[in-house]
Design a protein around this ligand. Structure first.
Ligand code: 13P
Ligand code: SF4
Length: 320
């Protein structure tokens, strides 16, 4: 514990010295989220992270999350130094959507508007017409559908199915999934709900359709946190990364939050629903990144950046 306090104190000093601000995702460990809060940084979903970094005056953005979040920050604010605790923190959706193959898929369907999830590389974003995060995917696709557009969607198939069902849009889906959310099991969730009949079920739309169908609320991390505040229930079963419990518990200390089951036997696994890449964002790595940015800094090729900025800007302007 003392060790952690010492890390935190040194990091606070370094953030000031380097004119840096900590931008953290809800899936990072509680101590990282707390540190962002204590130092005037932000803890949020991926859309808000992009917005915050874009608007904050700091010269350096220290992004605690996964690589696409750092890349998005760099694309939006190339004049800033963007560093991450580790550049190894990737995402299974990003890994499962190589730019060359995705581009060929797009080429094969030139009649479709290309909408990609933010959880992608800069190169995939550069091939897209629109970038969306889970918090505005429905609104953007609804808008495109109302314009009579057919859509090519990548990479998350579960989010794609969810958006398709909600909007009725014509969507062709890339076959990607999040290794964390893909593990939630509908059968076990039904059993758990029987034990807690008054519980509300909150589900991130990267989960399989069978799990989404059981939800009382579906949405991005920030939308799920809001649902935990606005729904009258005292108990919540939550199908998303367990990092989110820090904020839910903080905002609603008298409510009970439990993890949706990732196993097949009805028992909740207390440590399964946690993104292994988000977990790489530790205090030690944060201090290292601030002390010596080499090997922690995000660079995006200038041409790619220019192209990827278009669909990202489109998203931010749409979300206004
Ligand atoms: P949010 O945009 O809901 O924060 O989701 C990001 C993410 O990686 C979910 O797995
Ligand atoms: Fe990617 Fe899933 Fe991790 Fe989110 S939780 S960063 S979608 S692997």
């Amino acid at each position: 514990h003392d060790d952690k306090a010492a890390y935190k104190a040194r990091i606070k000093t370094l953030l000031q010295q380097k004119n840096a601000v900590l931008v953290a995702h809800y899936y990072t460990d509680p101590e990282i989220q707390a540190l962002a809060e204590e130092t005037g940084g932000c803890v949020s979903d991926s859309l808000e992270m992009a917005r915050f970094g874009n608007q904050h005056p700091a010269k350096t953005l220290l992004v605690a999350g996964v690589k696409f979040m750092g890349e998005t920050a760099k694309i939006l604010t190339p004049e800033k130094t963007v560093i991450m605790p580790t550049l190894e923190a990737t995402c299974s959706l990003d890994l499962g959507c190589p730019a060359a193959e995705f581009s060929a898929f797009c080429d094969a369907h030139p009649d479709r508007v290309v909408v990609v999830y933010a959880n992608t590389s800069a190169a995939v974003k550069a091939r897209a017409d629109w970038v969306v995060t889970s918090s505005i995917a429905l609104d953007v696709v609804d808008y495109l559908d109302s314009q009579g557009k057919k859509i090519l969607w990548g990479p998350d198939k579960h989010l794609g199915v969810y958006v398709q069902k909600q909007t009725g849009a014509d969507m062709l889906l890339w076959n990607g999934a999040c290794i964390v959310h893909d593990e939630f099991k509908a059968k076990a969730l039904i059993e758990l709900k029987k034990q807690y009949p008054t519980a509300a079920i909150l589900v991130h739309p990267e989960s399989p359709d069978s799990v989404v169908q059981l939800a009382d609320a579906v949405g991005s991390t920030s939308q799920l946190i809001k649902a935990s505040q606005t729904l009258p229930n005292d108990i919540f079963i939550v199908a998303t990364d367990r990092g989110i419990f820090y904020k839910m518990q903080q905002l609603m200390p008298n409510k009970t939050f439990m993890e949706a089951p990732t196993g097949g036997n009805g028992a909740t696994c207390r440590s399964c629903a946690h993104c292994p890449w988000m977990a790489m964002n530790g205090l030690k790595a944060i201090e290292e990144a601030l002390l010596e940015p080499t090997g922690h800094e995000i660079f995006v090729d200038a041409q790619l950046r220019e192209r990827a900025l278009l669909p990202l800007d489109r998203m931010l302007n749409f979300a206004k």
